[in-house]
Write a protein that binds this ligand. Sequence first.
Ligand code: DAT
Ligand code: MG
Length: 153
Amino acid sequence: MARERTFVMAKPDAVQRGLIGEIVSRIEERGLKLVGGKFMQIDDELARDHYGEHVDKPFFDDLTTFITSGPVFAMVWEGQDATRQVRQMMGETDPADAAPGTIRGDYALDLGRNVIHGSDHEDPGANEREIDLFFDEEELLDYERIDGEWLYE
Ligand code: DAT
Ligand code: MG
């Protein structure tokens, strides 16, 4: 299984509810490596680019309004099968269907307030595309975690 990078974001509801640390903690403790992080507010243009695949959906305007409504914590995480593993940790898109133990299943109730974004593992290249949209190359750091040899065989 390849080591890869994936884009993750604590959405405005997570920031307001004090869940940044919890989200970071879960992914960090799983063993993925944080290689980039940015506390920022998304503008309308970036929101429309990021959620471009949903432009024709009825919820698009509500989605861009929400994601631009307050600060977010954007992150890049690296590790084995990172994109799919983060998606599994997030749980289903609708928190009502997300299993307990997942981030959405533990911290959210409503589809439009589901606390976390992660690149879609079923959309090849989505991770790289989203990382490029939010980060410059020099903002992503190359380093080793000291537990690397205990995380990987
Ligand atoms: P995900 O965030 O799990 O990748 P998605 O890409 O299908 O889900 O949709 C992006 C966001 O849009 C999602 O986190 C919440 C919102 N959303 C999705 N489907 C929706 C719907 N039917 N009604 C309202 N909001 C929706
Ligand atoms: Mg998606």
